[in-house]
Structure formats: C-alpha cells, structure tokens
Design a protein around this ligand. Structure first.
Ligand SMILES: *Cc1c(COP(=O)(O)O)cnc(C)c1O
Ligand SMILES: [Zn+2]
Length: 431
C-alpha cells in the first residue's frame, strides 16, 4: 500500500494497482507497468481510496475551484498533490448542445464534446500530461511512446512544454501533419517501416534496452486516468445528470476504458446515480473489439486482426487496452458497432455543418456510429446522447477533403468580376 505521507510529500490517493484479468494487486512503484502473471494483456487499473478523495474533492470544492483544466480533478489522479502540472492548458474543453446535428441524427438531445480544442488538438493531451508528470516524478531522462500519431503529438508537445526529452515511434502510415507536429516540438521521431503494432513492439524493445519511461497505451497504467477527465468534465458540464448514452471511437480502447473509469469514479463519489450506456465505435477495417463483443471471445487470448482504415487514429490490429475496453461496454449495457470508411469520411462535413465542430476521421467515427445505433434502434429518439469528438480535422486535411468531395461540396470558381459572380450565384441559389 502506498503511504499517505512520504516525508512532507503528500502522495496520490492510490490504494494499489489491480490486474484487470486476475485481480492481483501491485504497489505503484517506478517501473511497474503490467501484471507479472498475465503479461502484457494484464493491464493494471489504478484503485483509489475514495473516502480520502471525497474529503478533498466533492461538488462543493468543485464549485469553488477556479482551475478549469483537467487538474481540477487532481485528487482523483495518480499524481502527487503538490506536483506542478505542465504549463499547457489541458482539459476544460467545451461540451456543445448541437440541436441541428441532433435533428439530422433523429434524436432530441445531442451534445458534442470538442477535444479538438486541446493544446495539440486531440484528447491524447489528457493522457500525456499525466505520463510526463510521472516521468518527471521518476526522474526519467527520456519518455517514449508508440503512436498512430495523436498520442505522439500530445507527448511531444507536453514534453516540450517542460523541457523533457521524448523519443517517438510512429508507423509510416501516420499523416504528414502529425509527423510535422512531432518534429516541430523537437521530439526524436522514429518512423517505423511497418504498422502501429510493429511500432509498438519496437518501442517496447527500446524500453527494455534503454530503460526509458514507457507511455505506451495499455501498458502504462496511468494514461487512462488522464483520459477519464473527459467524462468527469461532461458530468460536471451537465450538472451531474449523466446522458443516457455516450459514443466514443475505439482504437486501442484506452479512451473508452478511461470514460468507463471516470464514470465509476463519479459514481463511487456519489456525483451521479446512474451509469450511461457506453458505445464503442470502430472502423469496419479495424474491428477487433466489435468481433470480440459479437462472438463473446476472450480478449486476453484472441489474436490480432490486421487493420486497414482511413481513420488512422483508430487503426489497431490488437487493441492494447482491450480488457478494459470490453468491460466498458458490457458492464454498462452498451454495444460495439462498426462503421465503414465512407460513412466516417462523410460524417466529417455532416458534423462540421451540423454543429460547427471540425473532426478528424477517428473523431467523426463516433458520430457515424451514433447514426448506426439509431438505425438499429439501440438508441431511441428521446435519449440524451453525448458524442466525444476526439481530435481536430486539421490533423488530417486530405481525409477531410475526401469527405467533402464525396458529399459533393466544391468551391465556386469565378474570375474576379462581379458579373461572373452574379451568374454563378444564380446557379447556386437555383440549386
Ligand atoms: C487515440 C484516438 C482514438 C482512439 O483512442 P484509443 O484509446 O486508442 O481507443 C480516437 N480518436 C482519436 C482522434 C484518437 O487520437
Ligand atoms: Zn494478472
């Protein structure tokens, strides 16, 4: 058990780390990532002392707290109470009520949580903020991760904000804009001639070889704790009345696991009295979780499935956080659903025009999945629905262009004359 006081330092309210497969408990000591007995599939879950937390963090303290970043929930995070968060503003993203998008989707109430507003433009900043703090707590010279792109950008950006060195492994399929972000932040970028799975294995080997701090998703027990703050914000933004359903896109399954964890925390602390159904949305070409959900297979042993999708952020052969990801859906009465790439790309302009939120393909997948849920009657017209838009459309402009072209949207081309514009405008208004 972690001591409450370590000299003058007030440690996080962690009880222990618990294996999500066998339930074995571990101390949260440096170098501890996964379960000794279950291997890499045995991701650990951070277990807290909720009684201690409730005294520090409750609806009254929240109401009085002027910190609007994710660190307003610091008592619920695996970091020391006195540790300084990175200077970038992480969290505090808007939750928009989107009536026109709701109408298009055939539901009465729909909110969009815009994570494109994070400092490096995706939800991953929440995870990397925690990982960088943990690396600094351990005095690590280098922090590393493998990533399809956004976790890498988040790690590089937040590491840059505190002067921490980072080495980042990305598959060659990563969009150029994401690689540009990494290089601009001064990260050492290793472009792996292989897919995300292979980049992940290489990063793991490098950790073994050089002892770097490992931020890898599904291995590092603390990153999902950062991700859970997205739903703590939703809970607070909705006045502690949860939506009926939450839609989130799934690659490695760490975000959806974090969403589930945040809701369990909120429930344990008495902030909410019911759990929303959680829906995990995958691309049809990267549907490991959907298949596991449909077949009832054991994800601890189910082998990888080769993934191909335009939604690069949710392309995962073997979702690294699959145990938590499956529990998030089965324990809340949700479902896993798949959506085709055409539907995903077509959803980008639909969300943008229907709500003003600009989503990258993986982010748009959640809303596309909501449309599928409505079609399949999983979600009724009276349900109150929250869709998490996990990353900005600026991350992957070629995919946005493909989506708008497929929707038939083209610019009006005119010579620089008012007469020509008048003729062109007549055609537009006659359409
Ligand atoms: C990483 C990511 C996801 C998926 O998160 P997982 O934890 O891998 O399931 C979805 N959307 C965006 C934009 C992402 O960057
Ligand atoms: Zn175990």
């Amino acid at each position: 058990m972690a001591p409450m006081h370590d000299g003058a330092r007030v440690t996080a309210a962690i009880n222990h780390l618990e294996c999500t497969i066998c339930g074995a408990g571990y101390d949260p000591e440096p170098g501890r990532y996964t379960c000794d007995d279950c291997g890499e599939a045995g991701t650990l879950d951070v277990r807290y002392d909720y009684e201690r937390i409730a005294a520090m963090l409750n609806r009254e303290t929240l109401a009085a707290d002027r910190d609007t970043t994710m660190f307003r929930y610091r008592a619920l995070l695996p970091i020391d109470a006195e540790a300084t968060p990175p200077p970038l503003t992480v969290g505090g993203t808007p939750l928009y009520l989107a009536p026109r998008l709701a109408e298009m989707a055939g539901v009465r109430t729909l909110w969009v949580k815009d994570e494109g507003r994070q400092p490096t433009a995706s939800l991953k900043d929440r995870a990397s903020a925690i990982a960088v703090m943990k690396a600094q707590e351990e005095g690590a010279a280098i922090i590393t991760t493998a990533s399809t792109g956004n976790a890498a950008a988040a790690l590089a950006g937040i590491a840059a904000s505190v002067g921490q060195r980072s080495v980042i492994f990305v598959p060659q399929s990563a969009p150029e804009a994401k690689v540009a972000q990494l290089l601009a932040f001064g990260a050492t970028v290793v472009l792996v001639d292989g897919n995300y799975n292979e980049a992940f294995e290489l990063a793991t080997a490098a950790v073994g070889r050089w002892g770097w701090y490992n931020r890898n998703t599904g291995v590092n027990p603390y990153v999902a704790e950062g991700k859970k703050t997205v739903v703590l914000e939703i809970v607070e933004q909705l006045g502690f009345v949860v939506p009926d359903a939450i839609f989130v896109s799934v690659g490695d399954g760490s975000i959806i696991g974090g969403v589930h964890k945040g809701l369990k925390d909120a429930h344990a602390l008495g902030w909410i009295d019911m759990m929303p159904r959680i829906y995990g949305i995958q691309a049809a070409g990267s549907d490991y979780m959907v298949r596991a959900f449909e077949s009832g297979a054991d994800v601890a042993t189910m082998p990888a499935i080769s993934a191909v999708t335009a939604a690069d952020s949710i392309s995962a052969d073997l979702p690294r956080d699959r145990v938590k990801a499956l529990a998030a859906v089965t324990e809340t009465g949700g479902a896993y659903l798949r959506v085709g790439d055409d539907h995903i790309l077509g959803s980008i302009p639909r969300i943008a025009a229907g709500s003003g939120v600009f989503a990258e393909p993986a982010a748009a997948a959640a809303s596309a999945g909501h449309a599928v849920a409505v079609e399949q009657d999983l979600d009724g017209a009276d349900d109150r629905v929250a869709v998490i838009s996990t990353g900005s459309g600026l991350k992957d402009v070629p995919s946005v262009l493909a989506g708008v072209r497929a929707a038939g949207a083209e610019p009006i081309r005119v010579p620089p004359s008012l007469g020509a514009l008048e003729t062109a405008m007549e055609q537009v208004t006659n359409d």
